[in-house]
Design a protein. Structure first.
Length: 271
């Protein structure tokens, strides 16, 4: 019995290791196959701000900060997310995320509607406050759910692309090379002291990975399947790990910018 259990456990471990290696190879392949972005980053000129500004040019489709903000005044994103629990079980959800862009994250409005096999509910971020809605009834989310929802924003690619609007500080750290890909490493610290480390490909100036720590847990999010939507760059698949174990994978089916999003979607009685 013990031998059978040991063999089964070894098989599961081998599968997980193989999957992780496949993801790393996929990240490497995407970074290497894309055309190189030519930006003047000499040793004398290179700093964190310049790398961040160059990334903004890439993500905006050469339109710059102003153009990116004009196109992404609103966002409607539809997709699926698979959550992996501590016991290894998985939960699949269909989601719709709607965003009304603010001058900074403090003014942002975000609504994430998720449909699980046995439940439907929404989480809403409105000017920094987070609450939930189920069947038009407001509720207070669990602390961990609230933290996860907030971390999507404050530890996401948008945090780098909008560092100036959010008053964040940027420092260029020592470059790194992972799986054959050369990265600029940028440490971003926001006004609340929350830190995120971004790994920006030197070849494409895309954020391929970011890392942060929350409540003693080390998180790592990787970005795949980059493509342009309405002229702006979007990673259509992301994978989030906590202390090295995958806990979330999201895939975007469609994303549109600039269409009408009703303010009433974010307005409910106080939780």
């Amino acid at each position: 019995m013990f031998l059978r259990t040991l063999i089964a456990a070894s098989f599961v471990f081998a599968v997980l290791v193989t999957a992780a290696r496949a993801q790393d190879e996929e990240l490497k392949t995407e970074a290497q196959n894309e055309p190189e972005v030519k930006v003047d980053l000499t040793k004398e000129q290179t700093d964190g701000i310049q790398v961040a500004e160059s990334a903004i040019v890439v993500y905006s489709g050469l339109r710059g900060r102003t153009g990116l903000g004009q196109i992404r005044k609103t966002t409607v994103e539809v997709g699926t997310t698979t959550y992996t629990e501590k016991n290894g079980s998985k939960r699949n959800a269909e989601y719709v995320q709607r965003i009304i862009r603010g001058e900074s994250f403090e003014d942002e409005k975000i609504r994430l509607d998720q449909k699980f096999p046995n439940a439907d509910y929404a989480l809403i971020y409105d000017g920094g406050k987070i609450f939930g809605v189920i069947s038009n009834t407001v509720f207070s989310p669990r602390e961990d759910a609230e933290d996860d929802f907030r971390n999507r924003l404050v530890h996401g690619v948008e945090a780098l692309l909008r560092y100036r609007e959010n008053g964040s500080n940027i420092v260029l750290k020592e470059s790194d090379k992972i799986m054959g890909v050369d990265y600029y490493v940028i440490l971003l610290t926001d006004k609340q002291g929350r830190e995120t480390t971004f790994y920006v490909s030197k070849k494409t100036l895309r954020v391929m990975m970011l890392r942060y720590e929350h409540d003693g847990v080390r998180y790592e999010r990787k970005f795949y399947d980059h493509n342009y939507a309405q002229g702006t760059l979007v990673p259509y698949r992301t994978v989030l790990k906590a202390d090295g174990k995958q806990i979330e994978e999201s895939t975007i089916a469609t994303v549109t910018f600039g269409q009408s999003v009703e303010e009433s979607l974010f307005t409910f009685s106080a939780a």
